[in-house]
Design a protein around this ligand. Structure first.
Ligand code: FO1
Length: 359
């Protein structure tokens, strides 16, 4: 849909007419996914960072179940106490498994920190807090990773053990580490985010290791067969940008769009402020713009078709359309299960995706 002129989603959906998938077509696409057990129906890929990506994935999973693939940022990954931690993957996984800690937005509900207290007694740095239950995830992951297994295979097994219906695919199997330049020099992402409480101004962002990374076969296949792509209300600079920077992913999105697959993105800036995290300050320091939904939309020109703004930003809709997007204005606040599912439903409708397939 790249060539579609800007207009309202309702008008565009009506104009598209019916191009529903046949049962045979769905079966062929399912086989191409390499997952014969996947249920029939439309397939969707979400690009996700941590909390916002997890909430939207939860809403999408409620509608799509195992037909949702979440391509998750791994630039936030880090090693602590000799263990490999994948925060965005784990936030999405715990959320989709229904064991997430809703108070913090990360970690596991009912978590305790006895092991962390003991680590501190041994003199280990514990500002990045690893809960007792969470530690089990990192122990299993690290053991298998050191044995030479692919990150994707390990992740899929962890998800299966927790009964997650959707698939959460690391953006790459190669190590990529986001770093930010501040007036205190280059900092690893979690040192900036947790260790320094996101306080230093971010002047530059780089993704160490991105040049030697590549999209996994699972990620490429997910884009090849998908009916729609959704970009979560995640940080454009440190959550979405690293996914796009993995060699092979932007090309896979372009190829999907060339065969008519629409891409929708949801603004993580509402009323001039980030829903969570430092995206608003990064828009100012990295792009020199006011933190608005329009500034987010500007980051997505050329590869996103539909831009979703919150109702409080309805006054910005015309500016977003002027950038070439189809717009959807709706309540984007995901405060509980019904509002997650409602936003997911609105986005799927904007993508013209119904339970039977694409309209
Ligand atoms: N966030 C914090 O604010 N403090 C922590 O101590 C912390 C520990 C942590 C451990 C495992 C994990 O998977 C995530 C954790 N997070 C913590 C969240 C994480 O730093 C960020 O939310 C994401 O990287 C940003 O998307």
């Amino acid at each position: 849909m790249p060539e579609a002129p800007p207009e309202s989603v309702a008008a565009q959906t009506a104009a598209q007419g019916v191009a529903a998938q046949t049962a045979q077509g769905v079966t062929a696409r399912t086989a191409a996914h390499g997952d014969a057990a996947r249920s029939a129906g439309p397939l969707v890929v979400e690009l996700a960072g941590g909390v916002g990506g997890a909430k939207l994935a939860h809403g999408l999973q409620a509608h799509l179940g195992d037909r949702l693939s979440v391509v998750v940022n791994t630039g936030d990954d880090l090693e602590r106490h000799g263990l490999l931690i994948c925060p965005d993957h784990d936030t999405v996984m715990y959320t989709l498994a229904g064991i997430d800690n809703r108070e913090w937005g990360w970690g596991i509900a009912g978590e305790t920190f006895v092991a962390s207290e003991m680590l501190a007694r041994y003199g280990e740095e514990t500002w990045f807090r690893l809960g007792d239950r969470d530690l089990a995830t990192h122990i299993v992951r690290t053991r298998r990773w050191r044995d030479g297994e692919r990150m994707t295979a390990i992740a899929l097994d962890l998800q299966a053990a927790l009964g997650v219906a959707a698939r959460i695919l690391p953006m790459t199997d190669a190590p990529v580490r986001t770093q930010v330049r501040t007036d205190q020099g280059w900092l690893d992402f979690q040192t900036y985010f947790v260790g320094r409480h996101q306080e230093p101004e971010v002047l530059e962002v780089r993704f160490e290791g991105i040049g030697s990374s590549r999209a996994t076969p699972e990620v490429v296949a997910a884009f090849e067969v998908t009916d729609g792509i959704v970009v979560a209300p995640s940080n454009p600079f440190v959550s979405v940008a690293p996914i796009l920077a993995v060699p092979g992913i932007r090309g896979a999105i372009d190829a999907a769009r060339a065969r008519g697959v629409p891409v929708a993105a949801i603004s993580g800036i509402v009323g001039g402020r980030a829903i969570k995290g430092p995206a608003d300050r990064m828009i100012a320091s990295l792009a020199g713009e006011s933190p608005t939904a329009v500034a987010v939309a500007r980051r997505y020109v050329g590869w996103v078709d539909i831009f979703v703004l919150d109702e409080v930003d309805a006054g910005l809709e015309a500016q977003v359309r002027d950038l070439g997007f189809v717009t959807l204005v709706t309540d984007t606040m995901m405060v509980d299960d019904p509002t997650r599912a409602r936003l997911a439903d609105a986005v799927l409708a904007a993508l013209a995706i119904t339970p039977a397939g694409r309209e």
